[in-house]
Each structure stands twice: as structure tokens, then as C-alpha cells.
Design a protein around this ligand. Structure first.
Ligand code: ASP
Length: 908
């Protein structure tokens, strides 16, 4: 009904003014014949209707339009019709959507300065003079797609397109800053080849596909995907169309295939819904008619272009009045107001169906795209991309949805004892493998409910990056290429790998160790009993022995309490005897050192202190010696040419190497630690040090003169079973084994959770015990070689006991002095000699090594002094004489007379 009203003005001229109030603005539109009465035309008409209805927008202006239909392949007639329209008076030309015709009309508008309103893909990079194009620039849409590829971590991408124009559009993808590691395969096709192209993509192991077909052929491509069953969770199809919502994806909902697309019109937006509803009414749909909740991007853009034009008119109307465009194709005289109208439209800013609209030199400068992803129930918005903040994914989960039941995964592995080994016998399929990883995989698959097909990695390598080509090999390559869904093996998690593939949480921790052949036993030595103590300790013991013996001798002689009556029964015997002659002192110390009985016993406190402290010393020394001797006798002394990684690095006689293309090799290659760099230089220059299997490494170690750098868990397993092998030194690093998945794989988080669960339940420990400990063929080697290494005791270990001994001796000497003074004081009645001189005299006497063990007791008993000298002494006693106050031994006699002795008290 409304359309009719508008049609009645169909031939009005632009710029005609209704005196005071209404200004009629006429513009023209060109549609191709196949678009006749289509949705785009409807959106155009509805746009005009809505602008005219909205008196707040153009309150004194009414828009009227003229539509001409042109053949898509006939640019001549299209231009002719446009000229006809121009001649009839025009303020703008809309369309056509066809790029070829669009270019012709664009040139015409450019020549006559008539604003050209477009909503088509413009692949030409140059700025058009007087054109306003609402279709986003391919550079901008290319950015959005590039961000998505980055988010999805795609590395190998197939692009299926139908028209050369698409190729120009998609070329943006391969331009910087797309990383070089991302590979694209472009395939131009027509609907008849959809199947073969898809099959080719499948055989190339490509799982990420960008589809840019004509909208009318998309259903054929979807059908081909279903036919060749490229519709599982591994595949991800991204459609470049902005109208994915208008296609039927019902068949793909429940098989977890990934399908994404951007859309321009947010059909969930309330304003948009209201416009769509109104448009349906405008289209004269009845309430029960087949309604659609979506509007195609092309139609929405057309609607927005009418509004953009209206906004321009609105802005212009505030300042100037539009003059009629009396132009013709023949005259090539531009419309004077054309460029100012263009500038006003270009400055328009508003929220349209396709989001916020802003122009820069006639092109959209802002764009917001919704990212849609097919999920079980429907296409969901999972994020959005904007020109100002790039891609913002709001639902990451949506990219990790998959059903694990009834899925058969392709799993790659590598032989490495005891993780994955061939079972003895004629087994096929998964059954031909056994080992820790196989049991672990079985437990995980039971828990998650998937089936699997296990195969050995073709190049039999774990995977390392070639530093020159950047290419990976081994298990890592299999995962990058998505030939396998998982890699289950003793696969080390490291930085380089983690940047190209994903790993689950580690299921085992380990480090690099050195496997070496057990060294030969040291020959038995005649004087091995000396080994428990260091040479310097032996020397110190000797010195202590001499020192203690002498101290004993001197202190005993000095101390009055060591002088005893040799015949206690003879009470009036005045000869005193000292048992600690030099020889006796040495004898006493050696006997006690050897913990033997001795008939010499110190009597004075001072000598007893010496004795006690010496016994204490000998107790500690002998105990330590005995304990260490026991250790030395039980520990087999080995001749180990290398004891640590530093030893290994600092020599070149013994070769060493790692497994080829494994993480151990790259550990040395990439290390910044000087020792490891040095080792890498050594290995690099001797390429035959790298082995291709663990067995080969172990064999080389057994052959001798080769150390194999390998991972500790495997090393433990080998060392336990081969008594000729051992581990040298500690671990060089610390890391873990994980299960590898392609980047973004939905399995990673699920398997990580299962691994944690199995760890907490002790299942992984049980599997470890099963494969490492319960085999019953462990090498019976004592652990003594590993841990019980005995070392000679040195000053650091038992030096303290020498200090105690020295302290004890000092105490003994002080005690001896106190004893002397005490005794001196007790006998001080008749003393005439000073304490000092007495002490000096006594000391001199004590120091006389060759002095007699006996002396007269008179020196201590002056009250009993006799005057006669010489006198008789008992049998065997020395006869003393006095000369200048000093006693001399005259002779030793055997006189059976009663004991008499004398001293000169005047010398006291
Ligand atoms: N487990 C190692 C890897 O993942 C192999 C090795 O280097 O010992 O590469």
C-alpha cells in the first residue's frame, strides 16, 4: 500500500520544492534483473519508506526513487539506463550490486559529480571520488579472518573459492602479519568438484578450511562434506559469507564439526528485531506467513545506505538548499551540489542494521562483526570482532566441544622401554604394544570412553625442530599435521614443543642423568687399614701421643702426689718413687691408646686428668676409626673416571651422546649453561654419538668408553636390570612427560583432568610399581655402591677431639701447679725458700728426662731432718749426698739397715 503511494511520485524531478514545507528529493536505483523484487530491493524500498515516515529525520523532505532493472551482463544498457535517469534529474544513484556494472556507473557518477551509493564488495584499493560504499573493505574483513586464524592456531589452511574475485579478496590473508608458519592451499572450484576438492584436502591432512562459495551453492558444498564424512570434531570450516544464519546447518549440529562465520547484522539486537518485524509488515506478509528472523547482509547494507543518504541530506538541509541537478551524459557538466552532498553523506554517523556506521573517504571506517559458531542446538554468537579492539572470543568452551563416546582416536607412539614395548608373540593392532604408557592410555580411554588405534611414529623419533628449516619431525610432526589426535609416549614437555603443540598435565617427573658402565673394582691394598683416617690425622695422632706422653712425664714428676712410698708396708721409708719415667709415660699412653690394660695408674689429680682426657681422646678416635674401617671394608672402592657431568664435560677420552631428535638432545643444543654448551659442541662435532634408539645407547655404554645422557626414569629401569650399568652424578634438570595433542584440541583438558584423577587415586603409582619394581628381574647389586661410599676421616670430621685433648692437657698442667702450691703451703712451716724458686727447681728436676724415679721424701718432710750425710739407705736405694745444698746420688747400695735419710732443711 505504502509502496504505491511512493510510486505515484515516481517521475517527480529532484530538487522540486513545495513552497514552504516539502522538498522532494528524487534518487535512482539500479538493480540487476535477477534481483528484481528480491530482498535487497525490498530493503531499499523499505528504507525509503521508513525515512519518509520518520519526520524527525527529514522533517520537510520527502524521498522518492526510481528503480531501473538492468541485465547483469549488459553494461552498455546499464549505462544507457543510468544516463536516462540522470537526464530526468537525480540527487544520487544507488547500485547496482554487480561489481562490473557498479564500476561503469561509478565512472559515470564520478564524471557528473552525482553521489553514488553502493553496498557491494569493492576489490579496488583506490579511493573512489564520489562513491559511498557500505560494504566493508576486504582489508578490514581480511584482518578479522586473520585474527580468527590466529586464535584458532591454524597452521595448515585450505581455501575453497568459486570466483576470481574471491581470490583477490582472500589474498589479504596471506599478507603480513600472518606468520610464515601458516600454510595456505587455495582451491578454485565449481559445484561439480566440491567432493573431489574436499577429498584432496582430506588426503593432505588439512583440517582447517575457509569456504568462499556463491551463497546459492553453499548447500551443495555442505552436502559434499556430509557425503565424504568430513564432518567430525577434527574439521573446522569457516564460511566467509555474512549470511550463514540463512543456511540450513541442521545436519551438522550433532557431529561436533566446527563451523564458524562472521555476521554483520546482530539479529538478537532489539532495534534490529523491531526493524525486521516492521519490514515484514511492509512486505505485506500476513501474521501466519513464513517469517524469517534474519536479514541478509546485502539487504541490511542497502537499507543502511538509504539511511546514510538521508543523514547526509539531513545535515545538508540544515545549511543549504539542494539545487536541481540539470546534468546530462552528453554534456559532461558536473552537478554543482553533488560534491557537497557527497561530503555530507560521508560525514554521516549513525547506528544502522550493520552496526555503527562511519565513513572515511567514502568507505566504512568502523566495523563490528559477530563471530558465530555452530553448536548442538543452534548457531551461537561466541565472540565479536571490531575494528577498534580486534577479536574478542566470549565463549572459548564452544571451541572445545566434542563427544568422546563412540569416537575412535588415532594415537601415535614410539618404542621406549618400559613405556611402550612390543609384546612377545604374534600380536596385531593395539595389542602388539605393552608398557606403562599403554596401561595409562587404557585407563584414560576407559575413563573418557573413547576407542583408539595405536600406531608407531613412522620416523621413530620423538621430535625436534630443525634449526635451519624450522621443520619438526617425529611425534611432534605427526601432531602438528594432525595425522594423530594424541601422542602417548614418554614424551617430554618443553618450551619449543609447547609452542607448536599442546600437552596435557605431566603424568611423570624426571630429569636427565648419565648412564655409564660400572667401573672396575679397585685392587686390594696391603695398607688399606690406613684408609679410614686421613694422613694428616695419623700425623696428628702421633704428635698427640708424644705430647701427651711428655706432659704425663713432666706433670707426674712435678706433682708431689705422684711421688709415693715404694714400700708402703715400710712406714718409715722416706724414699719416694715416681712411676712415670719417660718410658713408662710413653708406655702408659700407647697402651691406653690401644685400649689395653696397663699396670700404671696415675695417682695425682693432674695426671689423672691427663689420663682421663687421653682415654676420652682414644675412645673417640678408635670408635671413629673402627666405624670408618667397617665402612671401608664393606664398600667396594671403584675406579670411576667420571663422577659428575662436569667431569664428563672436561674430558674427551670418553665419548657421550643422547638420543637423536629428542628433548635431551635439544636440552644441550639450546642450553645457555657453559658446561652444557661445551658438551653440545663436543657432541655436535662427533655426530655418531647420537643414537637412534635407547637400546643402541645402552649397547654402546656396555661396549665401554661411552656415556649415554638419558632420562632418569628410563635410566633407573635399565640400571635396576643391568648390573653392569650405573648412573653417574645427579640429575641435570627437572621436567615431566605429557600426552601431546594438536593445538586447541578438545582432548587436552579432559585428559589432563583424567591424569590428575588417576594420580590422586594412586593408579599412576601402581602402574609405576608394576613396570619398574614388580618385574622380579631387578639387579641384585647392593646399594652400597650408590650411596655407601666411604671417605677417610679428616680434620674436619674428628679435629674436635684434638682440641679437647689440648684443653685437657692444659687443665692437667694447671692442676699440677695447684697441687704443687698446695703441697708447698702445707709444708711451709720451716720453709726458707720462695715458692717460685722452689717451683723452678722442681721443674728443672722434673724436666730431667734421665733423672731417677726416686727421691728422698725429706724434701716434703723437713720436720724430720737429720744432720748426717751420707746416710744409709735400704737395699737398692740411692745414697744421696749434699753438695752446696744440692743432693747428689752417690751410689746404690744394698744395705739392710733401717732406713735413714736426711735433708738439709736450710735449702727449703
Ligand atoms: N623423552 C624424550 C623426548 O621426549 C626423549 C629423550 O630425549 O630422551 O624427546
Amino acid at each position: 500500500m505504502k509502496v504505491e503511494i511512493l510510486n505515484s511520485h515516481l517521475f517527480s524531478f529532484g530538487g522540486e520544492t513545495n513552497e514552504e514545507t516539502i522538498q522532494i528529493v528524487t534518487f535512482r536505483a539500479l538493480f540487476t534483473e535477477d534481483e528484481k523484487n528480491g530482498l535487497t530491493e525490498l530493503a531499499f524500498k523499505y528504507g525509503v519508506y521508513r525515512v519518509n515516515k520518520d519526520r524527525n529525520l527529514l522533517f520537510n523532505t520527502t524521498l522518492i526513487y526510481d528503480i531501473q532493472y538492468v541485465s547483469k551482463d549488459d553494461s552498455f544498457h546499464a549505462s544507457k539506463k543510468a544516463c536516462y535517469q540522470v537526464g530526468s534529474g537525480v540527487s544520487a544513484i544507488f547500485g547496482p550490486q554487480n561489481p562490473l556494472l557498479g564500476n561503469h556507473i561509478q565512472s559515470l557518477c564520478d564524471a557528473l559529480d552525482i553521489p553514488h551509493m553502493e553496498s557491494r564488495v569493492d576489490l579496488e584499493p583506490e579511493i573512489k571520488e564520489i562513491s559511498i560504499n557500505l560494504y566493508p573493505n576486504p582489508v578490514i574483513t581480511g584482518d578479522a579472518l586473520r585474527d580468527l586464524i590466529k586464535y584458532l592456531n591454524w597452521t595448515k589452511i585450505a581455501v575453497i573459492y568459486e570466483q576470481d574475485l574471491s581470490l583477490i579478496k582472500l589474498q589479504q590473508l596471506v599478507k603480513a602479519p600472518m606468520p610464515k608458519s601458516v600454510q595456505f592451499i587455495f582451491r578454485k572450484t565449481d559445484p561439480s568438484q566440491f567432493r573431489s576438492i574436499l577429498m584432496d584436502i582430506r588426503t593432505r591432512g588439512i583440517y582447517s578450511v575457509i569456504i568462499d562459495t556463491k551463497p546459492e551453492h553453499l548447500h551443495l558444498l555442505l552436502k559434499a562434506i556430509l557425503q565424504i564424512q568430513m564432518n567430525n570434531y577434527k574439521y573446522h570450516y569457516h564460511f566467509t559469507t555474512f549470511d550463514i544464519e540463512s543456511h540450513d546447518l541442521e545436519d551438522f549440529r550433532y557431529n561436533f564439526v566446527n563451523m564458524t562465520a562472521f555476521r554483520m547484522v546482530d539479529s538478537d539486537d532489539l532495534n534490529v528485531r523491531e526493524i525486521l518485524k516492521d519490514m515484514e509488515k511492509f512486505q505485506n506478509y500476513g501474521p501466519n506467513s513464513n517469517k524469517t528472523n534474519v536479514i541478509r547482509a546485502e539487504s541490511a547494507l542497502m537499507f543502511d545506505s538509504v539511511y546514510a543518504f538521508a543523514r547526509g541530506l539531513q545535515a545538508l538541509g540544515r545549511g543549504t538548499t539542494l539545487r536541481p541537478s540539470n546534468v546530462s551524459c552528453n554534456e559532461e557538466k558536473p552537478w554543482v551540489d553533488g560534491s557537497s552532498l557527497f561530503n555530507y553523506v560521508n560525514a554521516a554517523e549513525f547506528n544502522g542494521l550493520t552496526g555503527r556506521i562511519l565513513f572515511k573517504e567514502g568507505r566504512r571506517s568502523t566495523l563490528k562483526l559477530d563471530l558465530l559458531k555452530l553448536r548442538n542446538d543452534k548457531l551461537d554468537k561466541v565472540g565479536e570482532w571490531t575494528t577498534w579492539s580486534g577479536l574478542n572470543v566470549s565463549n572459548h568452551e564452544a571451541f572445545h566441544e566434542f563427544g568422546s563416546k563412540n569416537i575412535t582416536l588415532r594415537i601415535t607412539t614410539i618404542i621406549s622401554i618400559p613405556y611402550v614395548m612390543y609384546k612377545k608373540g604374534n600380536w596385531t593392532g593395539n595389542d602388539k604394544f605393552e608398557g606403562f604408557c599403554i596401561d595409562l592410555l587404557e585407563a584414560i580411554s576407559k575413563s573418557l570412553g573413547f576407542k583408539y588405534n595405536l600406531y608407531e611414529v613412522p620416523d621413530k623419533k620423538f621430535g625436534a625442530e630443525n634449526t635451519t628449516t624450522g621443520e619438526w619431525n617425529g611425534l611432534v610432526r605427526e601432531i602438528i599435521d594432525k595425522n594423530a589426535d594424541l601422542a602417548v609416549a614418554s614424551m617430554t614437555i618443553n618450551y619449543a614443543r609447547e609452542s607448536v603443540i599442546d600437552f596435557t598435565k605431566p603424568f611423570m617427573n624426571l630429569g636427565i642423568g648419565i648412564l655409564f658402565k660400572l667401573p672396575s673394582q679397585a685392587p686390594t691394598r696391603l695398607f688399606s687399614f690406613m684408609s679410614p683416617l686421613d694422613v694428616d690425622i695419623w700425623l696428628y695422632v702421633l704428635a698427640a701421643y708424644i705430647l701427651v706422653s711428655f706432659t704425663m712425664f713432666i706433670v707426674a714428676r712435678f706433682s708431689p702426689y705422684e711421688w709415693q712410698n715404694p714400700h708402703p708396708c715400710v712406714t718409715d721409708n722416706d724414699i719416694m718413687e715416681n712411676q712415670f719415667s719417660v718410658a713408662n709415660s710413653f708406655w702408659f699412653t700407647i697402651v691406653t691408646l690401644m685400649h689395653q690394660g696397663c699396670d700404671l695408674n696415675p695417682r695425682a689429680v693432674s695426671t689423672r686428668i691427663i689420663g682421663a682426657i687421653w682415654w676420652f681422646f682414644t675412645l673417640i678416635l678408635i670408635s671413629s676409626y673402627t666405624a670408618n674401617l667397617a665402612a671401608f671394608l664393606t664398600v667396594e672402592r671403584m675406579i670411576t673416571p667420571i663422577e659428575s657431568v662436569e667431569d664428563l664435560a672436561s674430558q674427551s677420552k670418553i665419548a657421550y651422546g643422547t638420543l637423536d631428535s629428542g628433548s635431551t638432545m635439544t636440552f644441550f643444543r639450546d642450553s645457555r649453561i657453559e658446561t652444557y654448551q661445551k658438551m653440545w659442541r663436543f657432541m655436535e662435532n662427533k655426530p655418531n654419538v647420537f643414537v637412534s634408539t635407547y637400546e643402541e645407547g645402552v649397547k654402546r655404554v656396555l661396549e665401554g668408553n661411552y656415556a649415554f645422557l638419558m632420562e632418569s626414569t628410563m635410566l633407573d629401569y635399565i640400571v635396576q636390570r643391568n648390573c653392569n650399568l650405573t648412573q653417574i652424578g645427579g640429575l641435570l634438570d627437572s621436567k615431566g612427560y605429557g600426552i601431546a595433542t594438536p593445538i586447541g584440541s578438545p582432548w587436552r583438558d579432559k585428559i589432563s583432568l583424567t591424569i590428575l584423577d588417576l594420580q590422586e587415586k594412586g593408579v599412576i603409582q601402581m602402574l609405576y610399581n608394576k613396570w619398574w619394581k614388580n618385574s622380579g628381574i631387578a639387579c641384585n647389586r647392593d646399594d652400597k655402591n650408590k650411596e655407601g661410599k666411604a671417605n677417610a676421616l679428616g680434620v674436619d670430621n674428628i679435629g674436635g677431639v684434638f682440641v679437647v685433648l689440648m684443653g685437657g692437657l692444659a687443665v692437667a698442667i694447671i692442676t699440677a701447679l695447684i697441687e704443687f702450691c698446695w703441697n708447698s703451703k702445707r709444708n711451709a712451716n720451716n720453709q726458707r725458700q720462695s715458692l717460685c724458686s722452689e717451683m723452678t727447681e722442681e721443674l728443672k728436676f722434673a724436666m730431667k728426662c734421665r733423672a731417677s724415679r726416686q727421691r728422698p721424701a725429706i724434701r716434703r718432710q723437713c720436720s724430720k731432718c737429720l744432720q748426717n750425710v751420707p746416710t744409709y739407705v735400704p737395699d737398692g736405694m740411692d745414697i744421696l749426698t749434699q753438695e752446696n745444698g744440692i743432693h747428689h746420688v752417690l751410689e746404690t747400695r744394698k744395705v739392710p739397715t733401717p732406713l735413714q735419710y736426711e735433708c738439709d732443711c736450710s735449702h727449703r
